[in-house]
Ligand binder design. Sequence first.
Ligand code: ZN
Length: 114
Amino acid sequence: MKKINVTVKRPNLLWRVFMRVWGVITFSGYIVGFTTYWGTVLIRKERWHDKRLLAHELTHVEQIHQLGALKFTWRYVKEFFRRGYRDNRYEVEARENALYRTMETINRFNIKFK
Ligand SMILES: [Zn+2]
């Protein structure tokens, strides 16, 4: 299977502010990683080498890649209101990949660290 291209970056100030807000909205506290729609994963510098976090965020890249940004967002929001943040199926899948399929998930990507 063809690998998905992705760039891993540190979030700039604007993104860090957004991640704080997102953390409050989702009741998940301090957010260390965030996946954008544009093939970019943002990871705070203190978690730069966290493979499980990377696999978690890459799973979201894959979900967006498979469904398209619109459908993914719609379904994610629906799941969010039905089941909340932690139990929404996209987060469950991301957590399971991170925990049990870390390297397998990472290896499905062409990753550029910037
Ligand atoms: Zn997630």
